[in-house]
Design a protein around this ligand. Sequence first.
Ligand code: UD1
Ligand code: CA
Length: 493
Amino acid sequence: MCVPGRSIAQSGGGFQLIQKTRKLLATDSQPAAIVLCAGQGTRMRSNLAKVLHPILGRPLCAYPISRAFELGASPVVAVVGFQAEEVRSTLRSIFSERALRFATQSEQRGTADAVQKAQHVLKDHAGPILILYGDVPLLRLETLRALLQVYRSRGALLAMITTIAADPSGYGRVVRVKGLISRVVEEKDCDKKLLGIRECNAGIYFADAKFVWSSLTQTSSANAQREFYLTDLVAITAAKKKLVDLRAEFSEAAGVNDREELAACAQTLRARINSAHMKNGVTLQDPLTASIDEGVQIGPDTTLGAMVRLAGASRLGRDVSVGQGSVIVDSVIADGTEVLPYSVLQGARVGERCILGPFCRLRPGTQLADAVHLGNFVETKKAFIGRGSKANHLSYLGDAKIGAGVNVGAGTITCNYDGVNKYVTVLEDEVFVGSDTQLVAPVTVGRGSYIAAGTTVTDDVPPQSLVLSRSPQLVKQGWVEKRKGLTKKKDAG
Ligand code: UD1
Ligand code: CA
């Protein structure tokens, strides 16, 4: 929730305002965005750039960048500096389908300097610029839209979000005179009185492009941190009466400067995502421990047990059940499938009404048709398994093409690797694999064949055959009694 701040000048009647807004929306151009990601983040005490620290599996700065794209900002420019190459390549892989641009700030001289580094990328942009900080991950799209709306409707040069923090430590304090914002003072520049202010600058702005480029030159580094502060623009626009502000809840405006704040933001985001899924008809048996990445899709009447993690680009259908402690990454699971506790799926596609686990592991390239059963301690990799096939106990099925109605006995192993290359095992429809079978790939077992337990299959087997490779069983009747007799004689002697 956000409410317009008190410094927004009250203008005419509601109808007039709507008309004016419509006109402005129609004529005003699309916003561009700058996301500041160049800082080191010393308070994290880490070798990794702060903006790359993950929250629910995604780097911090991916969140504000996603919001900028969702708003329709174009272009979106990430300003990188500390560990620039790592930040750039990580963001390129996350936003590979989006036109993310980059600017470099090689020396971190403050937020105003960082914004200025994006000027050459945005030289042809004339509309509003959305400016976000890469360490403020929880901002919601609706709040950004509301900020853009007040920016446009009030003809402002700068629109900013403020928030009331229970503990404002670390934030720039918002100074008001007669209710109107007059400036933002960074914590290190605050006197005792200003430190007592709990209204903080969230670091989320819309600003007019022309105004930004002309006023950045007016910022100075005559402050406690010897940095060029973007927040100087607040005083400049306040003096011109061209500043508007919007109040957002702290849960959206929180910044991440240290690891405690990182954990707190992750918790807030988890709760927000879990609540949205529950509202959409998903049962979470323990919402405090279920962890679902942003963007994961889950159908109604699906149930997630405690400590379940759903990550990446995963999609679950309806009536799916995922048992306690299971981890599902970048996987698609169709309707009615049951994943029993402590199973791990990564890069897998699972059909309808399958039963998996407990304790099974599906690795990338696994594709299961409908009604497949994979039981405990079964590992699959690059395996296609046909409709109704079963491997219920202790197996490794790698680089395998398994048809429909195949029964894979306990302890079956595809020997797919000769130390240099990987080879494919093919089990055609209705094959019966006895327990403790080794399938030495490349090998094909024809439709309907039986493999006797304990067999090592090294050559192709034609359809409807029995294949068996075992050393003949040797039985020495009475051997135990004889042995006991021998032992007694030895003791006596
Ligand atoms: C900043 C704001 C503060 C606000 C707070 C909200 C300024 C001067 N201060 O303070 O008013 O309350 O955010 O969270 O803007 N960055 C660069 N280059 C630099 C410096 C920073 O790219 O030279 C990036 C950082 O990577 C970070 C963001 O800008 O993502 C904010 O920088 P940070 O140093 O964390 O600012 P705060 O002290 O939190
Ligand atoms: Ca910060």
